[in-house]
Design a protein around this ligand. Structure first.
Ligand code: ADP
Length: 354
């Protein structure tokens, strides 16, 4: 106690905290300290100005090891890790726990700091094992977790639909964090890492900051929402004057991402919004294309996209949904999960409970 799992990634720390109802209602010193810590974990002040608790993802009345309680989901930038440790020290977390479960690269990078600052040992779990374990747990405990899009690129007809993922195997997981990992999952505990790409969510944000001067992910997405990528990309019709019918390539297909930016006039005509949109579309389509090839190679039709790159980012989700369907002639299905980037942290907590 307290029960939390941490996924310390390249960009964001994901913290999942289990609040057991029974223990908190006891009258004991431990319950009092726990409730203090819980109050602290639930307040944003714990993670600096940029930390957030995703209250909309909270799961009530879940059972873990015979205790019923609530799972809370919290994230803050990895750059705030030291501030978090200082605050954790001042709140006396170490008086309640001697070990904290952690996954992600930061579990190694910050191990010494945990020991020195708050006298906590990190119990480290592999991030991909944790990711798979977390997907299983949440899918089994959250009815409306998995969804897909019908008519993803048609504004009027597009609808988000629940997908019954109770019989999931085999499936591909495309985890889009700072970078991307693609896993093929065949059965509980049986999976392999197929491949990865360094062109991921970190690349989108990094390039967007450079090209537009924006400073946050939310800002980058807001710019992209207002932009038009066709002002930046070279399309099939820019080259052919129309479609390329022999290979069924329509005129509005991107032939060369950012390909129009070799012309000064075109550069002058492209706004920050257009550049943000083109960056988002470029990164998303590249991931979609790699994911599709992996699915075909592995003979898997269900492709589950997760990771915080998809947070507040319907543009990418819909593009991925469209690309999977279109380029596979309807054989592949793009699926999404509500808890997007939290599966590693949840899985890590579950490993502790085993
Ligand atoms: P990691 O474990 O590598 O930190 P995540 O799954 O947490 O990966 O995803 C990180 C990516 O999510 C970022 O590269 C960025 O594209 C996106 N993102 C979403 N929300 C934020 C945010 N508040 N701050 C920074 N990046 C964010």
């Amino acid at each position: 106690m307290p029960w939390f799992g941490m996924d310390i990634g390249g960009t964001l720390v994901k913290l999942v905290y289990f609040e057991p109802y029974d223990i908190l209602s006891e009258e004991s010193q431990e319950a009092e300290t726990l409730s203090k810590i819980q109050h602290y974990l639930k307040s944003n002040s714990a993670y600096g100005a940029t930390g957030k608790r995703d209250a909309h993802l909270q799961m009530d009345n879940v059972e873990i090891q015979g205790h019923v309680g609530t799972l809370h989901f919290i994230r803050f930038p990895t750059s705030e890790m030291r501030v978090f440790l200082e605050l954790a020290k001042s709140k006396g977390i170490a008086t309640l726990a001697s070990t904290v479960c952690a996954t992600g690269g930061g579990a190694y990078k910050f191990e010494e700091d945990f020991k020195r600052e708050v006298n906590l040992e990190l119990h480290k779990f592999d991030e991909l094992d944790s990711l798979i374990c977390g997907i299983h747990y949440i899918e089994a405990n959250c009815e409306e977790e998995c969804y897909y899009f019908n008519n993803p690129l048609n504004e009027e007809l597009c609808e988000k639909k629940h997908f019954d993922f109770s019989n999931p195997y085999p499936f591909l997981v495309v985890n889009i964090g700072s970078g991307v990992s693609i896993l093929a999952v065949y059965a509980p505990g049986h999976y392999k890492r197929v491949t990865g790409t360094s062109l991921g969510g970190g690349t989108f944000l990094g390039l967007c900051c450079l090209l537009t001067g924006c400073e946050t992910f939310e800002e980058a997405i807001a710019l992209a929402e207002m932009g038009d990528s066709t002002k930046v990309d070279k399309l099939v019709r820019d080259i052919y004057g129309g479609d390329y019918p022999k290979f069924n390539l329509q005129g509005d297909t991107v032939a060369s991402s950012f390909g129009n930016m070799i012309s000064k006039d075109r550069v002058g005509a492209a706004s920050k919004e257009d550049l943000a949109r083109a960056t988002l579309v470029t990164i998303t389509n590249n991931i979609g294309s790699i994911a599709r090839m992996c699915a075909v190679n592995e003979g898997i039709v269900k492709v589950v996209f997760v990771g915080n790159f998809l947070r507040v980012n319907p543009i990418s989700m819909k593009l991925l949904a469209y690309a999977m369907d279109f380029w596979s002639k309807g054989t592949l299905k793009a699926l999404f999960l509500e808890h997007e980037g939290y599966f590693g942290a949840v899985g890590c907590l579950m490993e502790l409970m085993k």
